[in-house]
Design a protein around this ligand. Structure first.
Ligand SMILES: NC(=O)c1ccc[n+]([C@@H]2O[C@H](COP(=O)([O-])OP(=O)(O)OC[C@H]3O[C@@H](n4cnc5c(N)ncnc54)[C@H](OP(=O)(O)O)[C@@H]3O)[C@@H](O)[C@H]2O)c1
Length: 466
């Protein structure tokens, strides 16, 4: 059987931004496991006094790389110090020319996903980061494919999300100019007017960043990849792994722990989720496809958009169905559960606030008082305040529904050889939903809570207060 996709990566140098994040780690692991890639260069910023090289070393220890030989990792994985918020990513002259001379394939995954970020920070990371990366790679001499990752919700102001470039809400360069030169208060004021249709700074800045493909990315072999909400892996490299608890996984975790008991949202609204390993498989195949289209005729090459969406797949479930997962008694229980898991999803703000007081504030206060008497640190107030903020950010996404078109991804799937389809499965119809959700809960228990699995724990009895 022919395997076109791994052959495409054979001997190539791959550049990744966001390699320390959820999708970035999965890309690195999959490349090392299934291809004979030459080298993988990861743009990493120094953070909290830790250099990019040290952060790369820390990455080696991540459990998802445990099945890959240390020698292979050390030999093929390299850090390049860079920061999205800086001009030309803050790369040294040597690194810039290295990238231009050596890099063949680029995955741009880095972003700020903080929906509460102030506008200037979100612009500098998501818009400036994309602009700066495109500036650096546009002179790359041996470029074959560039995959820029956005989100299916960048244009969530529409009910149907097409696989196309939408008209940008503001010229990206103008926005960048304002972010750099206006006083922060003035910029926030103008920016909030410009972005008023968007629910948060993350989706707005992703929308603006997409337009850069048509300007700074013009003439490059490039495509835009927009996944919906990314959840745990189906099987690769292990089932049920994620280190990203932004959306539904955070809800499942805190519900399973008995902490989250009431959630604002609409029971009947569908959530559009896709597993992390499937998203990465689609991206790796997309790079191959970009090159194939480019190679056949660079002059007629057209930049395309690929929405990776769970619309009408076994994972396209209502929030109510999703929450049943955390409550399913056949699924693994968490040792850390403070209370028996329950979840009420309620749209009415007034009733939601009353239930929050009864089900979160009062039990939280009681536990905090008990903790004080036991000379332990009270923590529930802090946890519930944070949770209240997080749930209010998610409200928009659990009270609206979208039809996210994914015909281009479906066409990409059909182009693959059977061997590539096996190696890089992203067919959502192939997922056994029950097994997948069982694995999500097991993964949260095993990888996030670091609890042993399986167990026969009686719900929430093991430990009441830490
Ligand atoms: N996760 C989802 O549900 C989802 C859904 C749709 C689309 N996406 C898109 O998929 C991509 C990857 O998401 P993810 O889930 O992997 O996110 P993630 O786990 O939060 O990772 C974000 C990555 O971006 C890097 N980064 C952030 N700011 C940076 C900066 N100023 N300079 C350099 N690197 C920076 C982070 O590096 P540090 O380690 O230094 O912080 C990290 O490696 C993003 O573009 C996101 O918009 C994600």
């Amino acid at each position: 059987m022919s395997s076109d996709v791994p052959n495409f990566y054979n001997g190539q140098n791959v550049l990744i931004t966001g390699g320390t994040g959820y999708l970035g780690k999965l890309i690195i692991g999959k490349l090392l496991r299934t291809t004979n890639v030459n080298n993988i260069y990861v743009i990493i910023r120094h953070k909290k006094g830790i250099s990019s090289d040290q952060r790369l070393q820390q990455l080696f220890d991540d459990m998802i790389f445990t099945n890959i030989s240390k020698d292979l990792i050390t030999q093929k994985l390299h850090a390049i110090e860079g920061d999205l918020s800086k001009t030309e990513l803050g790369l040294s002259e040597a690194d810039k020319s290295f990238v231009r001379d050596k890099v063949n394939i680029v995955f741009h995954c880095a972003a700020s996903l903080n929906m509460k970020a102030n506008l200037v920070d979100a612009v500098m990371t998501n818009v400036n980061g994309t602009a700066a990366l495109l500036d650096v790679i546009k002179e790359a001499k041996h470029l074959k494919a560039v995959v820029v990752v956005s989100t299916a919700y960048s244009y969530c102001i529409n009910k149907t999300i097409e696989e196309k470039f939408y008209e940008t809400p503001i010229n990206a360069d103008v926005l960048l100019n304002m972010a750099e030169h206006l006083k922060p208060e003035l910029f926030e004021l103008i920016g909030s007017k410009l972005s008023e249709k968007w629910p948060n700074t993350y989706t707005f800045t992703k929308a603006v960043a997409e337009s850069l493909l048509k300007t700074r990315g013009r003439g490059l072999p490039i495509a835009l990849f927009r996944p919906s909400i990314v959840t745990s892996t189906v099987s690769d490299p292990v089932a049920g792994w994620s280190d990203n608890l932004y959306g539904p996984l955070g809800v499942l975790l805190s519900t399973g722990c008995g902490i989250l008991r009431v959630f604002p949202g609409d029971n009947s609204v569908h959530m559009d989720t896709v597993p992390g390993d499937f998203a990465v498989n689609a991206m790796l195949c997309l790079a191959w496809n970009i090159h194939k289209n480019w190679e056949s005729n660079p002059n007629t090459f057209e930049q395309s958009v690929y929405n990776f969406s769970g619309y009408n797949s076994p994972l396209y479930l209502t929030t109510q169905d999703y929450s049943k997962t955390a409550l399913n008694s056949g699924y693994p229980r968490f040792k850390r559960a403070l209370f028996a898991p329950m979840l009420i999803i309620i749209y009415n703000k007034f009733i939601y606030n009353i239930l929050t007081f009864i089900l979160h504030t009062i039990p939280g206060m009681i536990l905090d008082i008990i903790s004080v008497f036991m000379r332990k640190k009270p923590r529930m107030y802090k946890i519930y305040s944070k949770m209240y903020k997080v749930t209010s950010v998610l409200l928009y996404f659990v009270s609206h529904e979208w039809k996210i078109k994914n015909d281009n991804v479906a066409a990409l799937w059909k182009k693959l050889s059977p061997s590539d389809q096996t190696l890089y499965n992203f067919d959502l119809q192939s997922i056994d939903r029950d097994e997948y959700f069982y694995n999500i809960m097991t993964g949260l228990k095993k990888y996030t809570l670091k609890e042993e699995t399986p167990n026969n724990l009686k719900p929430h009895k093991e430990r009441f207060i830490k």
